[in-house]
Design a protein around this ligand. Structure first.
Ligand code: PLP
Length: 425
């Protein structure tokens, strides 16, 4: 069996052959790898080829793949029960952990994906404030709920347009799309419509347009405008939670959002998301309050077991610092290699997330991200893949390092990169 035959077969029964679009290699071309197993920093495809993994299932695998303690916790949970649809003690333990670790979370509800978490956060913000307008930023991804699949309209300050067919214009008409890191545009939006804004939702470190760090003062400006106008500030930490820092980006930048969404790492590789925040807001959720939300598999015993086991290890002293040091070493060495090859390239990392850019300096906005050399990234991607290094198949994704990535993996990656930069230079 080859990746190619499997992809051909999949396309006969699954739209595009994949269950989430970016997996199809549409941006980079070529055949997606079909994987069979994974361990630590490595993946093996159906052809038996091994890859160093920098995708980490798009974020969750912060400990590396198939960590024995996580697998054992899932197996033990599975032997007890797969699902009750009724409360369990483990859900409370996980909720306690999240309240303890994430500074702004006083109450938390578990769901099954990041999308569910952000969708609920939006509904809750609207229900709590009695307002309709949601502010988001171009290039930030918050899952695929209708209100959030919106891109900027023409002109600097307009209501958005649906970024997907099937999203009514009327839905997008309540979403205002601004530029990330543009505190001035934000001020102007609040000056005009502050009394109608229910919430501002933001990736406090943007990881879905490659990696873009918040400009100094940007997150503070968000907090101040929201507080002054009675709008809620939602930090979407589905990606940054337990990646940027133990307490998320909110701990790193010392900002207290009203609501926080989590996912990815907190499920340790199983489907789990969470929505948490101020008690007075969270208690507007059913059954206490009028904002409806529910889920047959919410707080699923296997997902909660995986999450608890993962967080148990993530909180070990200095673990995240060690992964962050690996990410820094990797990106600094990649920049040095590119320079030697004369390739216009930059890179940076924060915590265990990193960005690679085919441009002279790391981008500070969505516009700057779009100015990177995509064709060159695509050639680099394939040159690395051919040498057994699995990067995200798109120039617009962040990369992830895990606790299982050590000096050997970094050295092997650099050796591959040396060749790849020369090939594309
Ligand atoms: C991945 C992601 C989501 C969506 O989570 P899913 O589990 O894929 O639904 C939402 N927000 C951010 C910031 C993400 O990175």
């Amino acid at each position: 069996m080859t990746n190619e035959t499997m992809f051909a077969r999949a396309q006969r029964v699954i739209p595009g052959g994949v269950n989430s679009p970016v997996r199809a290699f549409g941006a980079v071309g070529g055949t997606p790898r079909f994987f069979e197993r994974a361990a630590g920093a490595y993946l093996w495809d159906v052809e038996g080829r091994r890859y160093i993994d920098y995708v980490g299932s798009w974020g969750p695998m912060v400990l590396g793949h198939t960590h024995p303690a996580v697998v054992a916790a899932i197996q033990a949970a599975a032997a007890r029960a797969l699902s009750f649809g009724a409360p369990t003690e483990a859900e409370t333990l996980l909720a306690e952990r999240l309240c303890e670790l994430v500074p702004s979370i006083e109450r938390v509800r578990l769901v099954s994906s990041g999308t569910e978490a952000t969708m609920t956060a939006i509904r809750l913000a609207r229900g709590f404030t009695g307002r309709k307008i949601i502010v988001k930023f171009e290039g930030c991804y918050h899952g695929h709920a209708d209100a959030l699949l919106v891109k900027a309209g023409s002109g600097a300050l307009t209501f958005g347009h649906p970024s997907s067919a099937g999203v009514p214009e009327e839905t997008a008409a309540h979403t205002l799309v601004l530029s990330y890191n543009d505190a001035e545009a934000l001020g102007a939006a609040f000056a005009r419509q502050g009394a109608q804004i229910a919430a501002v939702i933001v990736e406090p470190v943007a990881g879905n347009m490659n990696l873009v760090l918040p400009a100094p003062g940007f997150l503070q400006a968000l907090r101040e405008h929201c507080s002054r106008h009675g709008a809620l500030l939602i930090f979407d930490e589905v990606m940054t939670g337990f990646r940027v820092a133990l307490g998320g980006a909110q701990a790193q930048y010392d900002i207290r959002p009203d609501l926080t969404t989590l996912g990815k790492v907190i499920g340790g590789g199983l489907p789990l998301g969470a929505l948490g925040g101020r008690r007075d807001i969270m208690e507007k959720l059913a059954p206490l309050g009028p904002v409806y939300q529910a889920g047959t598999l919410s707080g699923n015993p296997l997902a909660v077991a995986a999450g608890l086991a993962t967080l148990q290890l993530v909180v070990q002293p200095r673990l995240l610092e060690r992964i962050a040091a690996t990410a820094t070493a990797l990106t600094e060495a990649l920049v040095a290699e590119a320079r030697k090859a004369g390739v216009a390239f930059s890179a940076q990392s924060i915590g265990s997330m990193f960005g690679l850019y085919f441009r002279e300096a790391p981008p500070k906005s969505f516009t700057e991200v779009m100015q990177s050399d995509r064709a060159r990234f695509n050639r680099f991607f394939h040159a690395m893949l051919g040498q057994g290094v699995y990067l995200a198949p798109s120039a617009y994704e962040a990369g992830f390092v895990s606790a299982a990535h050590g000096e050997a993996e970094v050295a092997a990656t650099l050796e591959a990169a040396r060749k790849a930069f020369r090939e594309i230079g």
